[in-house]
Write a protein that binds this ligand. Structure first.
Ligand code: NI
Length: 239
């Protein structure tokens, strides 16, 4: 996404709303359980940033459900306010949820207070919807500094395959970009605020699914590779 634009105005208003909400504390996440998982191959993690989008994310969730695929969603606060029911649905259907800041801001250079407002602030909103659990961070634009890692209080998840789906909305180009280069353990960056990206993602699941690839959350990807996500560590692919 471009660094300025449509997030800004709406997000500023919603930040204020988020700050005054109450946050019930739910149950511990299953992510805290250390389970022996047999190593597997031909695994990929689809990740979607900047949502949820009230229409396009719903279509995506239908498509993932029909295909038995899991994904990871790095959410933005103002979009959550537009479609909180989709966040609950993501959790209910076994997808992983992470934070992409309240207002889609660059986190490098922020004060501790502003960083916590953007990251912990969104976590508290999400705890109110889906209960307290681990919510990994993906910094907008993948831009971060040492303080980001120090303050994240979670693993930091970047990506290894970026078709730049926001650029031209060309479904075939996006699908070809992804299917032409995936390796076991790749993490694919997409944005579910575009219908073309949703269509491309589902085509990728169909096409690679026929070749034996499976789509899991980033947390599952680490587990299947015999690893766990460490607080303050950056992950791109998981080999
Ligand atoms: Ni983003």
């Amino acid at each position: 996404m471009g660094r300025t634009g449509r997030f800004t105005v709406l997000c500023l208003m919603l930040t204020l709303l988020a700050a005054v909400r109450a946050y019930p504390v739910g149950e511990q996440s299953s992510a805290d359980l250390q389970v022996e998982v047999p190593r597997q191959e031909k695994l990929l993690a689809l990740t979607f940033d900047d949502g949820p989008h009230p229409e396009h994310t719903a279509v995506l969730l239908d498509g993932l459900r029909d295909r038995g695929a899991k994904a990871t969603f790095f959410l933005v606060g103002c979009q959550v306010e537009l479609a909180p029911e989709l966040v609950e649905r993501m959790a209910a259907e076994g997808h992983q949820i992470g934070v992409h800041t309240l207002d889609h801001v660059q986190v490098n250079g922020l004060s501790r207070k502003d960083f916590d407002g953007q990251v912990e602030g969104l976590r508290r909103v999400l705890y109110g919807l889906i209960g307290e659990r681990d919510l990994w961070l993906r910094p907008p634009y993948g831009i971060m500094d040492d303080n980001t890692l120090r303050w994240a209080d979670s693993p930091v998840m970047l990506w290894s395959v970026d078709p730049e789906d926001w650029k031209d909305g060309n479904v075939k180009r996006i699908v070809d970009h992804i299917t032409g280069q995936v390796r076991d353990g790749d993490v694919i960056l997409l944005h579910d605020i575009y219908p073309t990206s949703v269509e491309a993602a589902l085509q990728v699941v169909d096409k690679l699914g026929e070749e034996g690839w499976r789509f899991v959350t980033v947390e599952q990807l680490l587990q299947y590779k015999g690893r766990t996500g460490e607080v303050g560590q950056v992950y791109r692919a998981v080999r």
